[in-house]
Design a protein around this ligand. Structure first.
Ligand SMILES: Cc1cc2nc3c(=O)[nH]c(=O)nc-3n(C[C@H](O)[C@H](O)[C@H](O)COP(=O)(O)OP(=O)(O)OC[C@H]3O[C@@H](n4cnc5c(N)ncnc54)[C@H](O)[C@@H]3O)c2cc1C
Length: 483
């Protein structure tokens, strides 16, 4: 095959790549998208929706924050340790992104927050079924893919890009590999890298974040998201950024969503020493809870409750209702646990005594016994002397049988890798732009510092779409300016 040619080449057709491709096409550029997978969408197929401020839906219901308030919240949260101009560009773009997505045919339900106290910036995609839930955003990825094609974007599936081509100080195209392993060259005025990070690459996770996937980290792994774009951009001279994981927590491995919700309720949370280490009412903030578990011995925690609390969850219901898995209560927990254990699941435990629970889980028995005595006293007096947990959540743990599950750090994926500026231009180690090279989405998402800004939910998918749009527009403008 002779060399392909386009004004703009987009490396990957995930959330940021599709947004970039459409924006560039809308700006009048010819666009080719090279996608490694057999479908488009990437991790963008997995979630519920992106961040937005000042959207039509928010204005209709007078839901804040506005862009200035959101920016201030963001920067206070990150202590200004991140690129404020890039954050501002992302938030300013977010003020039009939801309306832009609606103009392309995406439908949303009313904006939501992820946990109590968070902001209602999370624009849940209305999927074909009409009911938002996990993978609803796949509907949005399908609409974006169709729209891109309608605008003349050429999407080459199962054609991973292997190299960014440079002539002198200018990026001039890419070399990809077709389905039969043959090289495919494309010449372009600008290249946008958008390969979604390194969440499916345990070696990179270990090297850049210190986590051991499968041992002390059970993060989502989107097949093929192995850091290609970051590696290629670095080879083309890009400066690196801080690299982290988008922390959450959970029971390791595959579990029934109802069981998952049982063990996210704010009961008694202990570490391997049997000690409490956080106010359990914060458990719905999965970033904070993930952080707190990460700094415990073996990055391990256990959620513990007794028979009375189990009955409470089966009759009265859950304290925390999740937007993702909106179970109000559990019907038959014993059956759920038996099903999990019957399938060989090893991280949920049932015991007739606290000593037995300690023996099964590896929790220090003396520590657990001490903690339970103290905790039961706090419950009796209605005041938690250690963390001031809300008194209505203080329920004693004193009625056998006892139940526990192991909780370990998790993550939606990786964050960061390629240094960009607020125009999404890739910068080299001297912080000069590399002509013709742009990056968007997770590959370039280093705006959270040490903790994902989950108070403004929908943020990573929002960053992907916002930076995708910015990259598409600026790459088009760049190509026009040099030809
Ligand atoms: C379970 C789950 C739920 C989530 N829910 C939400 C949510 O509700 N809201 C939110 O804000 N965020 C959510 N996220 C995060 C969000 O999906 C991501 O931040 C977003 O998809 C990142 O976009 P991206 O374009 O950077 O990467 P992706 O969307 O992952 O796209 C990357 C693409 O790059 C392709 N690729 C990789 N290497 C190459 C190569 N060499 N050549 C060509 N193509 C390549 C991949 O195949 C993939 O299609 C969720 C993530 C997960 C896992």
């Amino acid at each position: 095959m002779g060399a392909l040619q386009a004004d703009v080449v987009v490396v990957a057709g995930g959330a940021s790549g599709l947004a970039a491709a459409i924006s560039a096409a809308q700006a009048g550029s010819s666009v080719i998208v090279f996608e490694k997978g057999s479908t488009t969408g990437g991790a963008g197929n997995m979630g519920m929706g992106p961040f937005g401020v000042e959207s039509r839906l928010q204005r209709l219901k007078q839901i804040g924050p506005d862009r200035d308030q959101a920016f201030r919240m963001f920067m206070d949260y990150t202590h200004w340790r991140v690129d404020a101009r890039l954050v501002r560009a992302h938030i300013d773009k977010a003020a039009t992104t939801i309306d832009w997505l609606e103009s392309l045919g995406v439908e949303f339900v009313e904006p939501a927050t992820y946990f109590p106290g968070g902001q209602r910036t999370w624009h849940l995609v209305k999927p074909a079924t009409g009911v938002p839930g996990p993978m609803a955003s796949g509907t949005m990825m399908k609409i974006l893919t169709d729209k891109a094609k309608e605008l003349g974007v050429k999407i080459l599936l199962q054609t991973p890009v292997a190299k960014i081509v440079k002539r002198g100080d200018r990026v001039t195209g890419v070399i990809a590999e077709d389905r039969s392993g043959e090289p495919v060259e494309a010449q372009a005025g600008a290249v946008i890298v958008a390969t979604g990070g390194f969440g499916d690459n345990p070696e990179m996770i270990k090297k850049y974040t210190g986590f051991d996937w499968g041992k002390d980290l059970f993060s989502f792994r989107i097949p093929g998201v192995v850091g290609d774009g970051i590696r290629m951009a670095w080879e083309a001279g890009a400066a690196p950024t801080e690299m982290t994981m988008e922390m959450i927590y959970g029971m390791p491995g595959e579990v029934n969503p109802a069981l998952h919700m049982v063990f996210h309720q704010p009961h008694l949370l202990v570490n391997l020493q049997g000690e409490r280490f956080m106010n359990e009412e914060i458990l719905p903030n999965t970033t904070f809870a993930g952080n707190a578990i990460t700094v415990q011995k073996d990055r391990t925690a256990f959620l513990v409750f007794d028979e009375t609390i189990k009955r409470h969850m089966q009759t009265v219901g859950f304290d925390d209702i999740s937007v993702v898995f909106p179970f109000m209560m559990v019907d038959d927990l014993d059956a759920l646990i038996a099903q999990a254990q019957g399938g060989g699941y090893k991280d949920v435990f049932v015991a007739d005594s606290l000593d037995d629970l300690a023996a099964q889980t590896g929790i220090d028995p003396a520590g657990l016994a001490r903690t339970v005595v103290d905790y039961n006293r706090y419950c009796a007096q209605g005041y938690d002397e250690v963390f001031n947990k809300k008194h209505h959540l203080l329920r004693p743990v004193d009625a056998p049988r006892y139940y526990a599950a192991r909780l370990l750090p998790g993550a939606y994926g990786s964050l960061g890798g390629i240094k960009i500026n607020y125009r999404t231009e890739v910068l080299d180690k001297q912080w000069n732009t590399i002509f013709g090279l742009y990056a968007a989405g997770t590959d370039a998402c280093s705006i959270y510092g040490d903790s994902y800004v989950f108070i403004l939910p929908g943020n990573t998918m929002g960053f992907a779409i916002n930076t995708g749009r910015i990259a598409g527009e600026n790459a088009s403008e760049f190509v026009r300016s040099v030809t």
